[in-house]
Design a protein around this ligand. Structure first.
Ligand SMILES: [Zn+2]
Length: 379
């Protein structure tokens, strides 16, 4: 299926705005570093308190205010104007502002805790801080995966148990067959904000649950919902959450080690008092940004492989494979998805194979497998 000019325009605009936002963020960090403003902000914070932990908090308030104010116009165009222009949003401006404030509070709190912990370990264990901090961060990622569905998601969205006992039972049965203990199926009130559709298997251990957007429930048949969920369960069967956490762990240890080396090398040249001088935050973030950009194609390549495995699992576990294809087509339609992104864009930026490839894979899979799911290829 050929993408319409409207779809292409929407994605082109999104890409341009994302690149612009990325460059602007990096520019702000460079300016804070090169102009000496970061050191002035630290000095101003220390005029209020000489204790390093509260001084870092004051510094983060300055830092957060500057980056938020500079980034706000692009956030507004990207997150509000563009979505409205393409008829994808149900959010009013007041709702968008409210979400921004909530995001700032949650993100600010997480960032403050993370950075206090980082600079705290730098002060106490300057030799081994990167191992200790990376270990704490990885433990925190696991904790967050467990707590997010009950603590963070409800701040932004409403959830209620799915009011369709037949579908609930079908999805729970599908989960049992996949060997996961799911603690509930929830309707996710996404329509208050967006016209886009989504579904996910979220949480870890006692918070494991299926969430289905109301926008999806409105438009998809029960068979199609089952096909979408079967894909999510494919991630579970192939241990993708654990693999993602492992990749995140390796990247964190590696990233913190590189930060340690670079701070040791450039701290005095930049006028910092040493490793634990939090005026070096812009440099630390620039190193982190550069590393994540370098790792992006590899991480996305790995992710596309996992998505293909989850698709194969879905196709093996549902009765009618045509519902998988129709669910993909409906998702593309509702989400204004680009089914044929340029190959180089898919290679670098996309965590999922293009919808065209996923649908072609489903067709090929059905032809190879014939009517017997047991003979289906496993890839
Ligand atoms: Zn997936």
């Amino acid at each position: 299926m050929e993408d319409s000019p409207r779809v292409k325009q929407y994605h082109r605009a999104q890409r341009i705005l994302s690149v612009a936002a990325f460059l602007l963020d990096a520019l702000v960090l460079v300016v804070l570093l090169a102009s000496g403003w970061s050191i002035s902000m630290r000095a101003a914070a220390e005029r209020l308190t000489l204790h390093p932990a509260p001084a870092l908090l004051v510094y983060l308030l300055f830092f957060g205010a500057i980056t938020k104010v500079v980034g706000l116009p692009l956030d507004y165009i990207r997150g509000f104007r563009l979505e409205h222009r393409y008829g994808l949003s149900n959010l009013r401006l007041a709702g968008w502002v409210k979400d921004q404030l909530k995001g700032l509070a949650v993100g600010g709190l997480l960032a403050a805790v993370g950075l206090e912990c980082l600079y705290g370990t730098m002060r106490r264990w300057p030799e081994h801080w990167w191992i200790i901090s990376a270990t704490l961060f990885v433990a925190f990622f696991v904790l967050l995966a467990n707590l997010a569905p009950v603590l963070i998601f409800p701040i932004f969205f409403k959830f209620k148990p799915l009011a369709n006992p037949a579908l609930t039972e079908r999805l729970l049965e599908l989960s049992r067959r996949a060997g996961t203990r799911v603690r509930g199926v929830f309707e996710w009130k996404l329509s208050e904000k967006s016209k886009k559709a989504n579904a996910a298997l979220v949480g870890l251990g006692n918070t494991r649950r299926i969430i289905l957007a109301d926008t999806l429930l409105d438009r998809f048949s029960d068979d199609e919902v089952e096909a979408v969920l079967a894909h999510e369960l494919g991630h579970h069967v192939h241990h993708h959450m654990a693999m993602n956490l492992a990749v995140q762990a390796v990247a964190t240890y590696f990233g913190f080690f590189v930060v340690d080396r670079i701070l040791a090398r450039f701290s005095s040249a930049c006028g910092f008092r040493g490793l634990a001088d939090f005026a070096n935050l812009p440099l630390l973030l620039l190193v982190g940004t550069a590393l994540s950009l370098l790792l992006l194609p590899a991480v996305n390549g790995f992710s596309r492989r996992m998505e293909r495995q989850a698709d194969a699992y879905a196709l093996r576990s549902i009765r009618d494979r045509t519902t998988f294809i129709s669910s993909m087509e409906k998702l593309a339609d509702l989400n204004l998805a680009e089914t044929q992104p340029p190959a180089w864009i898919e290679f670098i930026f996309h965590s999922h194979p293009s919808l065209e490839k996923r649908i072609a894979f489903a067709r090929e899979f059905s032809e190879q497998a014939g009517c017997d799911p047991a003979t289906a290829p496993d890839s």
